[in-house]
Design a protein around this ligand. Structure first.
Ligand SMILES: Nc1ncnc2c1ncn2[C@@H]1O[C@H](COP(=O)(O)OP(=O)(O)OP(=O)(O)O)[C@@H](O)[C@H]1O
Ligand SMILES: [Mg+2]
Length: 319
């Protein structure tokens, strides 16, 4: 019997990461629910450090892949290698065959590489040649992208974005947090705060927690609430008439499924066996924002996905 709890996991991550509480909560929710995360933030905000700490804490096999313009799909998936002595091909698995994969600067790789990642994320499997290879059960992609630079990057197509459970936009630490970061990093020689983290859980512990999601009760009124939020994102004209035309396309049904799954996981981690509206409200921005396709006029008016979802949360009555 495992004595592991997600509360412990969070405390452990907090030994490494100062502040960024929303980030840590959502990383844990994604891990337990089996979702992928797109992390966006300027350089040096502890994205890599947080992902390292997460992988180390659950003793998962971990791989970082630096995305670059010359990366090929086979560099991710692996490829068939000819073995002359046997006269046959053997599959050599690529770096995607790990439990936690950090896809660093995902938008630097060309679309054909991104779509190789897409198959893996959506299907939990990889097809090379005629063969399909199954990824590990825990398989989780944490991708980072840097918002400051656009030159030489390929923005992710909508279909790819839809595969991420969360799109998290990181904030700079507060003044006090930054002082604490300085203090902590001064105590370690190489600045690697995660170097002596011990693992407190095994991948099996996470998977058995994930199974418990099936037991979380969802009232029909909660289902209806999620559906109305998602439907409202496709009907801005009715819900936010003053912003009519700013959203070209709303969330897909996958957005509704993801929102309910994330909310159920939040309930589970709070030791509740039923979902409350607050579970949905708390996660709606991070689950839905990247599923909206904004018109250029939205950018011109300085309105982003977060503002639109926040407004929809005001307009759609919670049960
Ligand atoms: N909130 C924080 N808590 C602890 N350490 C932090 C925090 N923010 C930044 N740091 C420290 O800043 C340094 C940079 O962190 P890291 O390499 O993880 O950044 P990053 O977001 O991955 O940057 P990049 O986008 O350049 O890859 C590390 O030494 C890390 O410990
Ligand atoms: Mg990094």
């Amino acid at each position: 019997m495992s004595t592991f709890s997600c509360e412990q996991l969070k405390q452990q991550l907090q030994q490494v990461i100062v502040g960024q509480e929303d980030l840590l909560d959502r990383l844990i929710i994604a891990l337990v629910s089996g979702g992928h995360v797109l992390l966006e933030g300027p350089p040096g905000l502890a994205k890599t450090t947080a992902v390292h700490a997460l992988a180390g804490s659950v003793h998962a096999s971990f791989q970082r892949i630096q995305f670059t313009p010359d990366l090929m799909p086979g560099d991710l998936t692996g490829s068939e290698i000819f073995e002359p002595d046997k006269g046959s091909f053997r599959f050599q698995p690529g770096p995607l065959f790990h439990e936690i994969v950090l896809a660093d600067e995902i938008n630097r790789a060309p679309p054909k590489v991104q779509s190789a990642l897409l198959e893996a994320m959506a299907e939990h499997q990889i097809t090379v040649g005629a063969e399909t290879h199954i990824l590990p059960p825990l398989f989780m992609v944490l991708a980072t992208q840097n918002p400051l630079e656009n030159a030489g990057t390929y923005s992710l197509p909508e279909a790819q974005l839809d595969r991420f459970l969360f799109h998290l936009i990181m904030q700079y630490p507060s003044h006090e947090e930054e002082i604490e970061i300085l203090r902590r990093t001064r105590k370690v020689d190489d600045g690697r705060l995660d170097a002596n983290l011990k693992s407190i859980a095994k991948p099996e512990d996470i998977l058995s927690l994930r199974l418990q999601l099936n037991g979380i009760h969802v009232e029909p009124s909660i289902e209806k609430y999620v559906i109305e939020l998602v439907a409202a994102s496709r009907d801005i004209k009715t819900y936010i008439p003053e912003w009519d035309g700013l959203v070209k396309a709303g969330s897909s049904p996958r957005g509704a499924i993801s929102l309910l799954r994330a909310a159920s996981t939040r309930a589970l981690l709070a030791d509740r066996d039923y979902v409350i509206p607050e579970d949905v409200i708390d996660l709606a921005v991070d689950v839905l924002r990247h599923r909206l396709v904004l018109d250029f006029s939205a950018q011109a008016e300085g309105i982003d996905g977060k503002q639109i979802i926040t407004k929809l949360l005001e307009k759609v009555d919670a049960p």
